[in-house]
Write a protein that binds this ligand. Structure first.
Ligand SMILES: *Cc1c(COP(=O)(O)O)cnc(C)c1O
Length: 399
């Protein structure tokens, strides 16, 4: 990688440059521009008494090592681990807590994490408690009872609630609690949880990092070597490391992450403005449209507003009808893809949270979530506008 090492007199290379230029294998004897895919389960040993650098892909693979190096650069971390899915990565975090230990989790979580904690972690003999991490007092008193791990998301999805990560890190430090932040929604290009004081940062690589809806993956990054070793032990023992081909796809995705994110954010701005002008749109939720206190905290720790927006229409039927009229937004769960998508979280991504819980979390049934892609912005804007206009015409005929 000699070409990417800056001359001592030159400024260090930007992360975007490094993601493109360091994404090939410096040890490849043929200097292939794209990294070779080591699609192999085993590696031949030179001798029965001596191992090479790799022996078995579950435990280590050069394509995975390369993507893990790139992910560590992205997270500003010493160590990164790539998992088969975001959920596998989150599961590995829960393995850090012994039986009889306690996990505190934000009360506004990704549905899959809620299910993992409530239905697998808690029944396995770990005390799981949900707490409003946006409320400093509530968090402080929950931590005062003792906890091994606090896990949170900020902004939350889809409610876009903001936790002060620096403050949470300080409170955790006082009681010796590990802090893990799920950063899937903002990406490390906009928010760096480790720099804010978290011990572990996690992402679903299925979302922005892959970016093309063609792979599932998860990432954990840490600075502490002991913590990295413990997580790597579980990754190997439980067989949850990302497969070589998916590592290779992820390497390709990472090269265009800055480019995609810029275009998607630009489109999200256009869409937020378009939605604000529609009388049908209630309670637009987007980090760029937060009330002043939450916005202040968000801006102090994150350099963007993201590309996921939510709003309500007043009824489930009206939300569904509006969605059916869209042409440039696919009806799909997930977010962060170059393709724009639309969903109704209560019926789709968050359906694994029981209805009573959803009500307790104030997750409205008619909520619409848009994940803005990288298409031509005006096409997206026109599509949203025609869907609202068609609805108005129908209502005026009916009325
Ligand atoms: C999607 C998602 C996950 C789970 O990731 P998978 O790759 O689907 O397993 C976890 N947290 C958040 C915030 C997510 O959006």
């Amino acid at each position: 990688m000699s070409s990417t090492h800056p001359h001592p007199d030159q400024p260090p290379l930007d992360l975007g440059t490094r993601l493109i230029r360091n994404g090939s294998d410096p040890l490849d004897p043929h200097a292939a521009a794209a990294p070779p895919l080591y699609q192999t389960a085993t590696f031949h040993q030179p001798d029965p008494l001596h191992n090479g650098p790799y022996d078995y892909t579950r435990s280590g693979n050069p394509t995975r090592d390369l993507v893990q190096q790139q992910l560590a650069q992205l997270d500003g971390a010493q160590h990164s681990l790539a998992f088969t899915t975001g959920m596998a990565a989150l599961t590995a975090i829960t393995r850090l807590v012994p039986q009889g230990g306690r996990i505190l989790a934000g009360d506004d979580l990704y549905g899959g994490l809620w299910r993992l904690l409530a239905q697998i972690t808690a029944p396995s003999g770990i005390d799981v408690r949900f707490v409003d991490t946006t409320d400093c007092q509530a968090l402080q008193s929950a931590l005062a009872d003792g906890a091994d791990l606090l896990i949170l998301e900020t902004p939350t999805n889809p409610r876009m609630r903001i936790t002060d990560v620096r403050l949470a890190a300080r409170l955790c430090e006082q009681v010796g609690c590990l802090l893990a932040v799920d950063n899937s929604l903002m990406t490390p290009l906009r928010q760096q949880p480790l720099a804010l004081g978290a011990h572990i940062t996690m992402q679903s690589a299925t979302k922005f990092l892959g970016g093309h809806c063609d792979l599932s993956g998860g990432v954990l990054s840490v600075n502490d070597s002991k913590l990295a070793e413990r997580l790597a032990f579980h990754q190997n023992a439980e067989g949850t490391a990302l497969a070589p081909f998916d590592c290779w796809l992820l390497l390709r995705g990472l090269k265009t992450l800055p480019l995609r994110l810029r275009q998607q954010e630009e489109n999200a701005q256009i869409i937020a403005e378009t939605l604000t002008q529609q009388g049908e749109v209630k309670n637009l939720r987007w980090p760029g449209a937060l009330g002043s206190h939450a916005a202040q905290i968000h801006q102090s720790q994150c350099s963007g507003s993201g590309t996921v927006l939510c709003f309500e229409t007043g009824s489930v039927e009206q939300s569904a009808e509006w969605i059916r009229r869209l042409r440039c937004f696919s009806i799909a769960v997930s977010f962060g893809s170059i393709e724009s998508t639309v969903s109704m979280p209560c019926r789709m991504s968050h359906a694994s949270i029981p209805e009573e819980e959803r009500r307790a979390f104030a997750l409205p049934e008619d909520l619409i979530r848009i994940s803005v892609g990288a298409e031509h912005g005006p096409d997206l804007k026109n599509d949203l506008q025609q869907a609202f206009a068609a609805g108005r015409r129908l209502r005026s005929f009916a009325g």
